[in-house]
Design a protein around this ligand. Structure first.
Ligand code: PLP
Length: 439
């Protein structure tokens, strides 16, 4: 291979990346660790398609893990971002777009009285946790096994040996001290959470949950589970933090809570948002009732800050994206999610590959397991080798799936009937590969 040829492959860039960036990636799931092989180095996206440095085009079912809800390089988003960036990348001072975006979030999520912008979902959740502890003068945060809320120390915690236990660090560098005030509970386990509150309710600052867990594959809450969490929090004086970083403005115009409130009456004290609200730029938010949110500096004493928080370009992208997130878009996302899920599921069924297609609104994933999955424990029965074989066959046929069996798949408003045909045809071949692969 000549130097000119070698420079146009993902392999070339990955070799080079490995020498300077740990694992060659800026975020671990991109590394293909669980499926093997070399990550694709993408250089362009148009609508539903992404193009790698080698010149291959793929139907994209990753969508940057959620933000690309209207498709790549949507002309209106590009126009608004270009207009904004031409005027400056950042002022480090307030701007009109922040106000407009905060108002738009409030318009869509009626329980939101105040919004504070940050640059990542991790920061949003970290701030929500700090606020909850300050508001209640309590320490304990309850989280669920398999729910991911970013990489703040107190949340990189795994369950100990009991059903309900104080957390243990699940990353070197997190100290027992940082983990010990987090209690980890199995997801969808009504008895576990109820008995935890009965024993220690007056020590709990907050319950933190993904609105629909989608970081262990999609594991929807059992009917009434979020309502139970909210009611327990209310009864014992704890706060209920609903993490809608993934679901917010994706599963409906206002996220999961907006969907749920049609039939259930509960309201989180705090929400966290990210992904869609930045339209592909680094932007996230903590939001909720004024009483708690106004504990934030400079009104209150809870410190939180960010050089690039509420950045004008990111908020321009977020505003343009949310303006495109109308009724028609959500109808399209719902339809495309069903079409993709069913095409893949049908192909696997024909080949006799055991699997389970699970939805949480238009978020979905396919577990390579014969059983329904209601908790992280139940994700462990998957055949990961079959997933890896399926994944690589799809990739080689021009369909880019999340490179892990534990991730949700994302459709966008830009996916077309032609994309569905490509996915269906590729799935038929990939299902043969999965059937042929044995663990
Ligand atoms: C539910 C949830 N919360 C928080 C985060 C962290 O967000 P970020 O990656 O922007 O820090 C994620 C990221 O995937 C998420 O899915």
């Amino acid at each position: 291979m000549t130097p000119e040829q070698s420079i146009i492959t993902s392999e070339y860039w990955h070799d080079r990346a490995l020498r300077i960036i740990p694992g060659g990636v800026s975020s671990p799931v991109r590394a293909f660790s669980s499926v093997g092989g070399t990550p694709r180095y993408f250089v362009e996206g148009r609508g539903s398609r992404v193009i790698d440095v080698d010149g291959n085009e793929y139907v994209d079912l990753v969508g940057s893990w959620g933000p690309i809800i209207v498709g790549h390089a949507h002309p209106e988003v590009v126009r608004r971002v270009t207009e904004s960036v031409a005027k400056s990348s950042s002022f480090g001072a307030p701007g009109p777009n922040e106000v407009l975006l905060a108002e738009e979030i409030q318009r869509r999520v009626s329980a939101v009285e105040r919004v504070r912008f940050v640059s990542s979902g991790t920061e949003a959740v970290m701030t929500a946790v700090r606020l909850a502890r300050a508001a209640t003068s309590r320490k304990i945060i309850v989280k669920f096994v398999g729910c991911y809320h970013g990489h703040a120390d107190a949340l990189l915690v795994q369950a100990g040996s009991g059903v309900v236990t104080l957390g243990l660090p699940n990353s070197p560098g997190v100290t027992p001290g940082q983990a010990q005030d987090t209690v980890v509970v199995p997801y969808n386990d009504v008895d576990a959470i109820t008995s935890l509150f009965a024993q220690r309710g007056n020590e709990i600052a907050a319950v933190l949950t993904e609105a629909i867990p989608a970081n262990m594959g999609v594991v929807p809450p059992l009917p009434g589970f979020n309502a139970l969490l909210s009611n327990l929090c209310k009864k014992y004086g704890a706060l209920f933090i609903l993490d809608e970083v993934m679901t917010g403005f994706r599963v409906s115009s206002g996220g999961l809570w907006n969907l749920a409130k049609a039939s259930e009456s509960w309201t989180p004290d705090l929400f966290t948002f990210g992904k869609v609200i930045g339209g592909g730029y680094p932007l996230a938010a903590v939001a909720g009732c004024a009483e708690v949110m106004e504990l934030l500096a400079p009104v209150g004493a809870v410190y939180q800050a960010g050089t690039l928080s509420g950045n004008p370009v990111a908020t321009a992208a977020g505003l343009a994206t949310l303006e495109l997130c109308n009724k028609e878009l959500y109808a399209t996302l719902d339809r495309r999610a069903v079409q993709v899920g069913e095409a893949v599921s049908d192909a696997l069924t024909v080949q006799g590959v055991a699997h389970r297609l699970q939805y949480g609104g238009n978020l979905f994933s396919i577990f390579f397991s014969p059983h329904e999955v209601r908790s992280f424990e139940e994700t462990q029965h998957q055949d990961l080798k079959k997933f890896a074989a399926f994944f690589h066959s799809m990739l080689s046929q021009g369909v880019s799936l999340p490179p892990s069996a534990y991730e949700a798949w994302f459709v966008s408003g830009a996916h077309t009937d032609r994309d569905i045909e490509v996915i269906a045809a590729a799935s038929k071949i990939a299902a043969v590969e999965a059937a042929r692969t044995t663990s």
